[in-house]
Design a protein around this ligand. Sequence first.
Ligand code: GAR
Length: 205
Amino acid sequence: MENRRIGVLISGRGSNLQAVIDGIAAGRLEAEIAVVISNRANAAGLERARAAGIETLHIDHKRYPSREAFDLAVVAELKQRGVSLVCLAGFMRLLSAAFVEAFPNRILNIHPSLLPAFVGLDGQRQAWEYGVKVSGATVHVVTPELDAGPIVLQAVVPVRDDDTPDTLAARILEEEHRIYPEAIGIMLAGGWRIEGRRFIRRATR
Ligand code: GAR
C-alpha cells in the first residue's frame, strides 16, 4: 500500500478502535490513524480517539439527503487526509457502491460471526439462537453486498451450553480485538491478492 495512514469509522463504543490504538502503541501494528469518523455525536469511541490524540469528526448522516451524499462527504474527508485503508469498527451503516468504489479493496470490516453465517445486526445473538456450537469473528474486505466480501482472517469461538448472548458476545469480542489489528497489518503490508472470493496473503509457487 502507498502509505500506512488509516481512517476508522465508528458508531458507538469503539472497543475495536481501542484495540487498534493499543496495537499501534505497543508496536504490534505499524500504522497511523489519520482520523476517526463517527456518524453519531455521542459515540464513546470518539472520546477514546481524543484521549489518544487522534483527530475526530462527527458527520451526522441525518443531515444528508441520501446515503450516497453522506458517504461522499465521508469519502472526501478520508481522501483529504491521504488515507489508504478504511477500517469499519462498529460502523452501523451500509456503505453505498459510491463509497466502496472510492476505496476499491481498501475497506475492512469486523463482524461478530463466522461469515457467511449470521450477517447483519446482532450476529452473536443470531448464532446463539440458532444453536450453533461454534461461532466467532470475521475480518473481511468490504464490497457493496452486506458482510459478503473476501475474508482476510477469522477466529473460532466455541459456544458453551451455559452461554447467554452476552457471555458469547464477550468472548467473541476478545477475538475481534486480536484479529482486527492483525488483519489491518496484513492489508497494509501488501503482497496479497484477491482471486474470486479468496483473499490470498502471499504469492504461492
Ligand atoms: C463489534 O462486535 C463489531 O463486530 C460489531 O459491532 C461491535 C462494535 O463494537 N459490528 C457489526 O455487527 C457489524 N455488522 P465496538 O464499537 O466496541 O468496536
